[in-house]
Design a protein around this ligand. Structure first.
Ligand SMILES: [Mn+2]
Length: 334
């Protein structure tokens, strides 16, 4: 990682307020990278806070420090004050401030020195320091690089920090199965285990923490809602708010659902349409070189990674489905 280390370290030490932010509906990489950075910064400067737009899934609330995370939507005045008073703003796991939803304006208006660390497609000009690497496995991989390059000798990775980094590496690589799971990722994981991470404990927290209703909901979606389009080797599902209510699905409760159809040998693309208040949220997954990010970007105001992307539709469920099927020709022409 190439940047003026002394300069950044001095900024961190001298700052009166440092705020670490991530994207709306924060996932394992967003929370893991934010808390890892939090633990690292706290060893230099105690004036540091993690601020995210809204709540994160329960399966992350065992991470040390998660109890101190500020939720912007729970206390907008506090969030605005934090952002406007910050000297340094870390922007983790997003590269467009619109990904922070209702926090965007306050971030855009903040005069803080903005340090971006991200791995999504894009080349933004707004950060004061951009340490992003498009195609890296996770923001946690890059936060690990950042921490090491600032503090290579003195750094003793404590277990709490290591667990945060491990969580992001684990979740953003789909349990170390996606193509970005490089030698480097495994070497980092080895260091994290050396530092005290117990992989089985983390896996149980992250992956084996369903309640009965949530697993039944997954079963229902696969049995009743999944549609297969053989000619495109594609599976898709529409899930309504009423169905999620029926199974008492909480924040983050649909996390991982879009990956289920990928277990089918003849399926190369999986799409989940999830009804939300005033829109339909869409998640895309693909195998090999099939680029769902450009599809999401072209048609659904979204993007992300080649094999994992998101987007939105403002039409009804019926219209969204009809239009989606019409658009699938895109995969034949690229
Ligand atoms: Mn990520």
């Amino acid at each position: 990682m190439n940047f003026e280390k002394e300069n950044i370290l001095n900024r961190i030490k001298q700052a009166k307020s440092i705020v670490i932010t991530s994207h709306v509906s924060p996932d394992g990489d967003a929370i893991g990278s934010s808390l890892a950075m939090y633990h690292f910064i706290a060893s230099w400067n105690s004036k540091v806070e993690v601020l995210v737009p809204n709540d994160f899934p329960n399966f992350l609330n065992w991470l040390e420090g998660s109890e101190n995370i500020r939720l912007y939507d729970k206390n907008v005045n506090e969030g605005k004050a934090l952002l406007s008073n910050a000297d340094i703003l870390f922007c983790l796991d997003y590269n467009e401030t619109s990904r922070t939803a209702f926090m965007k304006e306050a971030i855009d208006n903040s005069k803080a020195f903005k340090i971006l660390i991200d791995h999504h497609i894009g080349s933004p000009s707004w950060p004061d320091l951009n340490l992003s690497v498009v195609g890296a496995s996770s923001t946690c991989e890059l936060v690990f690089d950042f921490i090491k390059s600032l503090n290579p000798i003195e750094l003793s990775l404590n277990k709490n920090l290591a667990e945060c980094l491990y969580t992001g590496l684990l979740t953003d690589t789909g349990n170390f199965q996606f193509s970005a799971t490089t030698t480097k990722v495994h070497l980092q994981v080895a260091e994290l285990i050396e530092a005290g991470v117990m992989p089985d404990v983390v896996h149980n927290h992250i992956n084996n923490s369903f309640d009965v209703q949530r697993l039944q909901f997954f079963g229902y979606c696969i049995a009743e809602k999944m549609k297969i389009l053989k000619q495109y080797k594609l599976a898709y599902m529409f899930v309504s708010v009423a169905e999620m209510h029926r199974y008492n699905i909480q924040t983050g409760g649909t996390e991982g659902l879009v990956n289920e159809p990928m277990k089918i040998a003849d399926i190369d693309i999986s799409v989940l349409f999830k009804e939300d208040k005033d829109k339909i949220k869409i998640s895309f997954r693909s195998k090999r070189d099939i680029d769902v990010s450009s599809f999401a970007n072209r048609f659904y105001e979204g993007g992300g990674h080649r094999n994992a992307a998101g987007g939105v539709s403002l039409l009804s469920m019926e219209e969204t489905e009809k239009q989606f099927i019409e658009r699938l020709g895109y995969f034949n022409i690229v």
